[in-house]
Design a protein around this ligand. Structure first.
Ligand SMILES: [Zn+2]
Length: 427
C-alpha cells in the first residue's frame, strides 16, 4: 500500500470512534457514536473523490464505475469492549508487529482497506467494466436492521462479497436457527441455569436441590456442591463447533436422571442424538445442534439450542427429525437460511485467484458455520479479512491484526477489484 502512513492515521481516527450500538435517537437509529463512524467514513470517501449516499444514518453507499453491479458490504459498528484489555480499546496501539484496538479485525480495518483499494482502482484510471457499490453497514453486531432498511430503499446487486469473514473465500454458510425445548418442573430440583449466549457451548451450569439427593452421584458425574447449589463445569467453544467444547449441561442431566428425574428424552435425544440429526452431513459439514442455554421459565426449564444446517438441507429436514422426540419443541427462525452459491463460478474463482496469487497458496473455496453479511447478496461470498493461521481475537479483549496481514489483505482486495473491473462480460 502506497499510503500506509495515511492509512494508519485514518484507522486510528476510525478506531477512536466508540461505535458500540447505543440509544436510538431521532436521526441516529443505532446511537450517536455509530452515526459518527458512518459520517466519518462517508466523508473520507468523498475526500477521495467518490460519490456517496447516506441511507438516513442506517447505512451508507460508496459507488464507483459503470457496468454490471458488484456489491461489497461490511460494517462500522463494534461489539462492546468487555474486560481484560491491556490498553485502551479505542486507541489504536502498535505492538510487536500488531495493530490492537476494538474493530481492527471486525470490521473497521477491512472496511478502510477496501476503501483504499477502491481509491487505487479509481486513481489508476484503468477501464472499469463493473459498477462497485460499497455498502457501509452499522448494525451487523446487533440485529442487521441496517440491511433491512437498505433493502427498503434500494435493490442490492446480485453478486457481492463481504470483507467480514475469513480467507480464502466462502461459497456457503450454514442456516442458523434456535431450537427451544421446554421442560416441566423437576421433582426435587429448581432453577436450572446454564450458558451465557446461544452461540457458545455451555461452560457452566447450576441447579438448586429442593430436597435430599445422593451425594455420591456428584462424584460419579464430576459435579460440585457449593453454597447450596450443584455446579457443572465444561469448556466453551463456538456454538457452530460444539465438538470443540464440553457441554456442562450433559453431566447435569445425567445426574438428574440418576436422581430419578424424568429427563430420559433430554439425555437420549438432545445429548445422545437418538434422532440422528447430527449424523446428517454433506460436503459443507454436519448439521449441528448444541444445547447452549438453560434458564427457568414458568416453573419449568427452557433449553435453547444453537442449530446449524448446511445447504442443500433445509430446516424442514431437521423439523421432521425433531418430531420423533417426546419433547415440547419449537424452532425459531431468524431468516438466516442455509446458503450456497456455485463455487466453480467465475465470481468465486476470481476472488479465490486474487487470494492465491497474493499468498502463493493453492486454496479452494470453503464453507462457513457462521452467518455473515455476504448473504445479503443473492450470490455473495465472505472474503477475508481473517487468515486461517491468524486469530484476531474478534469480539474479545485485545482484538488485534498483524500489520503484515493488513498489507496482504490490501493487496488481495486491490487485485480482486482490478480483476473484476477487467471482466467485460457479465458474470
Ligand atoms: Zn463483523
Amino acid at each position: 500500500m502506497k499510503d500506509f502512513k495515511e492509512f494508519t492515521k485514518d484507522l486510528a481516527e476510525l478506531i477512536a470512534i466508540k461505535s458500540v450500538q447505543g440509544e436510538k435517537m431521532p436521526d441516529a437509529p443505532f446511537g450517536t457514536e455509530v452515526k459518527r463512524a458512518l459520517i466519518w467514513f462517508l466523508k473520507k470517501a468523498e475526500s477521495f473523490g467518490f460519490t456517496t449516499i447516506n441511507y438516513d444514518n442506517y447505512a451508507g453507499e460508496i459507488a464507483f464505475g459503470e457496468g454490471q453491479e458488484i456489491g461489497i458490504i461490511g460494517h462500522l459498528d463494534v461489539v462492546p469492549v468487555g474486560t481484560g484489555w491491556n490498553q485502551d480499546p479505542f486507541t489504536l496501539t502498535e505492538k510487536d508487529g500488531y495493530f490492537i484496538g476494538r474493530g481492527v479485525g471486525d470490521d473497521k480495518g477491512a472496511m478502510l482497506i477496501t476503501l483504499y483499494a477502491l481509491k487505487e482502482l479509481k486513481d489508476s484510471k484503468k477501464n472499469c467494466n463493473k459498477k462497485f457499490r460499497f455498502f457501509v453497514g452499522t448494525n451487523e453486531e446487533s440485529s442487521w436492521q441496517d440491511v433491512a432498511y437498505l433493502k427498503t430503499k434500494t435493490t442490492l446487486p446480485e453478486y457481492g462479497f463481504s470483507p467480514d469473514g475469513n480467507f480464502p473465500v466462502s461459497y456457503a454458510e450454514k442456516g442458523f436457527y434456535f431450537v427451544n425445548v421446554k421442560l416441566p418442573p423437576f421433582k426435587n430440583f429448581a432453577d436450572l441455569t446454564g450458558g451465557t449466549v446461544i452461540n457458545a457451548v455451555c461452560a457452566h451450569a447450576e441447579i438448586t436441590p429442593t430436597g435430599d439427593f445422593d451425594r455420591s452421584l456428584l462424584v460419579k458425574h464430576g459435579l460440585k456442591y457449593e453454597n447450596g447449589k450443584i455446579i457443572s463445569r465444561g469448556i466453551a467453544a463456538h456454538g457452530s463447533k460444539p465438538a470443540l467444547g464440553k457441554n456442562a449441561l450433559l453431566p447435569m442431566f445425567r445426574f438428574l436422571k440418576d436422581c430419578g428425574e424424568d429427563v430420559d428424552a433430554v439425555t437420549d435425544y438432545l445429548f445422545s442424538d437418538k434422532w440422528d440429526i447430527c449424523k446428517m452431513h454433506n460436503e459443507q459439514g454436519f448439521i449441528t445442534l448444541s444445547p447452549d442455554l438453560a434458564k427457568p421459565t414458568d416453573g419449568g426449564t427452557l433449553i435453547m439450542c444453537d442449530c446449524r444446517i448446511p445447504a442443500p438441507f433445509t430446516v424442514d429436514t431437521v423439523k421432521d427429525k425433531l418430531r420423533l422426540a417426546p419433547l415440547d419443541i419449537s424452532v425459531i427462525d431468524h431468516d438466516h437460511p442455509p446458503f450456497m452459491i456455485d463455487k466453480n463460478g467465475k465470481f468465486v474463482q476470481t476472488l479465490l485467484s486474487a487470494y492465491n496469487n497474493v499468498t502463493g497458496e493453492n486454496q479452494t473455496p470453503v464453507s462457513m458455520g457462521g452467518s455473515t453479511f455476504a448473504r445479503v447478496f443473492k450470490k455473495g461470498c465472505a472474503f477475508g479479512p481473517e487468515f486461517a493461521d491468524e486469530n484476531c481475537h474478534m469480539h474479545e479483549a485485545n482484538e488485534r491484526v498483524k500489520k503484515i496481514s493488513l498489507k496482504k489483505t490490501y493487496e488481495i482486495y486491490k487485485n480482486t477489484l482490478f480483476d473484476l473491473a477487467a471482466i467485460k462480460e457479465d458474470l
